[in-house]
Every structure is written in C-alpha cells, then in structure tokens.
Design a protein around this ligand. Sequence first.
Ligand code: NAP
Length: 248
Amino acid sequence: MRALILGGTHDANLLADAVARAGIDAVYSYGGRTRAPASQPLPTRIGGFGGVDGLADYIRREGVTHVIDATHPFAAEISRNAVAACAATATPLIALERAPWAKMPGDTWIEVHDIAAAVAALPDAPARVFLAIGRQHIAPFGTKPQHAYTLRFVDPPAGALPLPDADVLVSRGPFTLADERTMMRERAIAWIVARNSGGTGARAKIDAARELDLPVIMLTRPELPERPRAESVDDVMRWLGHRACLGA
Ligand code: NAP
C-alpha cells in the first residue's frame, strides 16, 4: 500500500498524523501556495502535478495505491483532476470532506454562488468588510472601492493589492472564537465575505459573526464530480484498512 494525500488543509494535517502513527507508506502533497507550509510527519512533495495526465503519471510512477483528496472544498481543480486521474489509473479515491456549515438561528447569511455575486451583494454605502477568501479572488472587490477591506493571509502579499483601502493581517489559523470576536470588534467589521468550508478549523469567524449580529455573504461550494466521501480522519483510516486511531 502507498497512499497519496492531497493536502493543504487542517484536516489533511490531522490525517497525516494518523497515517504516520499507523506506519502507512504515504506521501503528502502541497499545492505550493504558501511560502513555508507546515512540516508533516510524512514525506512531502510540493507543487502541481501537471494536470490530469501529470497526476496519473505520478500515481503510476510512485506506485500509489490509494489517493485521499483532503484539499479545501473550494480547491475544485485539483479535486476534479484527482477524480479523472484515479479513474484513468483505476486507483481507489476518497475525499475527506467535512459537511458544509448549516445556517443556525441568529445567522444572517446571504448565500451566493460566485465571487461576482458576492461583490454585488455588498451594500453601496461605505462599510468595513472582512474578506475571508483566498487572495486570488480579491480583485473583483476593486469594483466597490468605497469599502475598507480587511484581509487575512498566511504570507504577506508580494505586491500591491488591487483594493484602495486594504488592511492586511498576516496570520495562520485555526483561529478561536475569542480571536475572531476581538479582531472583528477592534476593526469595526460590519460585513463578512466567507466560503462555506465546513469543519471546525475555519468556523470561528462564522460563530463570531452570529454573536456580533453581522451579516455574512456566504459563498456556496463549487460543484464536483461524484466521488466516495469520508467526513472524518477515522473514516479514512478505516477505508485504508486500519483501525481508527484514538485522538486522531
Ligand atoms: P485548485 O485551484 O484546485 O488547484 C490549482 C492547481 O494547483 C491544480 O490543478 C494543481 O496543479 C495544483 N494543486 C492544488 N492543490 C494541490 C495539491 N494539494 N498538491 C499538488 N498540486 C496541487 O487549488 P487552490 O484553490 O489553488 O488550492 C491550492 C492548495 O491550497 C490546495 O492544496 C488546497 O487544499 C489548499 N487550500 C486552498 C484553499 C482555498 O480556499 N482554495 C484554502 C485552504 C487551503 P496541477 O494541475 O499542475 O496538478
């Protein structure tokens, strides 16, 4: 057995710990978006494979027998590639994917399907907006330059941002409810734009928004092809034929 973990998320890191503890031969793959990715207890590779064909070649060359797609639910391209490459190589695939967050009493959500709709949903009157989205998606918000934007990145931005009024926090999650409450209060955040990632790692900002009665423009998940799914590290370990690791 040789497992390939497509990672870059908190859940993928928990899975890597469990897989390493179980002594499974595995490789952890990062997309290469952050400058100093967290170290893993498994051999690690960084960077794209070169599309479906590149991933299929990698699977054959490295003798990968199981692929676990533990990437972020909004990382749609790699997830689509994994479905196609696993089909092409007849390699079993499972996605480790937490259920999306469900709206709770007290939540004020405006659900949108894409970034253009998120920009359109912002008010016209100037407000302070927390953009809790990847840096590759912020440019369209430049069409609403009246707002003051707060952004949070793992690495400092390399160049100028496409927003006239941007306050950048450089910090790596996960964040606690107290962290998020304090950040939103101190910065007088009035609107939040977030993706429905699900899971616990990114959830605190949504709980803080509810507490502070702030509206959230919530991006729904991209559509992905049908694939087997697991919602927990224990489920993936069972799929790999190992007993679930307590505490994983
Ligand atoms: P994406 O749009 O789905 O992927 C773009 C390309 O990046 C893929 O086609 C692939 O290149 C490469 N890639 C992505 N993830 C990879 C991985 N784990 N290992 C090897 N290559 C990978 O992905 P994205 O939204 O840019 O996210 C990139 C990474 O950041 C993912 O690992 C994801 O888990 C992590 N992440 C993303 C988000 C998010 O909001 N999207 C949030 C937290 C973490 P090739 O086609 O050349 O193979």
